[in-house]
Write a protein that binds this ligand. Sequence first.
Ligand SMILES: Nc1ncnc2c1ncn2[C@@H]1O[C@H](COP(=O)(O)OP(=O)(O)OP(=O)(O)O)[C@@H](O)[C@H]1O
Length: 207
Amino acid sequence: MPALRLEGVANAILGPLSFSVAEGESVALLGPSGSGKSTLLKIIAGLLPHQGRVYFDERDMSRVPAHRRGLGYMSQDPLLFPHLRIDTSLRLVLLFDRASAGQRGARTAETLHLCAIDHRADRRPATLSGGERQRAALARALVRRPRLLLLDEPFAALDPPTRRRLWDEVDALRRRLGMTLVLVTHSPEEAARLADRTMHLVNGHLV
Ligand SMILES: Nc1ncnc2c1ncn2[C@@H]1O[C@H](COP(=O)(O)OP(=O)(O)OP(=O)(O)O)[C@@H](O)[C@H]1O
């Protein structure tokens, strides 16, 4: 049973697209700027209206709102709650998942450490650098240990050593937890490092 399946998904920019991603598989989405990669990720996340169907584990999610899809999503502009500390943002995700206070604290600390942003836990997003904000947003996408993880150019603002270290961390975590990953990237090296398979989007169509 595929972890993710799209059937005739289309909007003004995309498709119709039909494809499956197996449980635990990692897929990189490549393609020129403006080809619809971010749009496709937003549709899977439940953030854009569309035609066709999106299934998680063969369950039709098309009418399920984003916050009830249980996935991890990091957008291209790493949006974080502007008025909240970074650690509070992560705890809030776990509160939606009804985790206990103890679990919320422990999981938040562990994930901030994993993404090398624990030293900024008490900051608000506006006071972080672009790369720090990206690591904080990645931590927020990972904190619930989602079965399906959607990442939109998650490492673009990082220096090469940090990027390579985070590739290793994310890849290890994904394999350990059996997460399914859809990753948008412009880097063939990143795709080769993190993905089992690549898909190319051109003008809203898979080629
Ligand atoms: N809110 C919007 N309203 C109108 N058009 C939009 C909107 N968002 C995106 N588009 C258009 O949809 C197309 C696909 O955009 P999308 O962001 O999905 O591309 P992308 O492949 O992720 O590009 P990049 O690699 O530059 O991030 C573009 O032509 C863009 O201008």
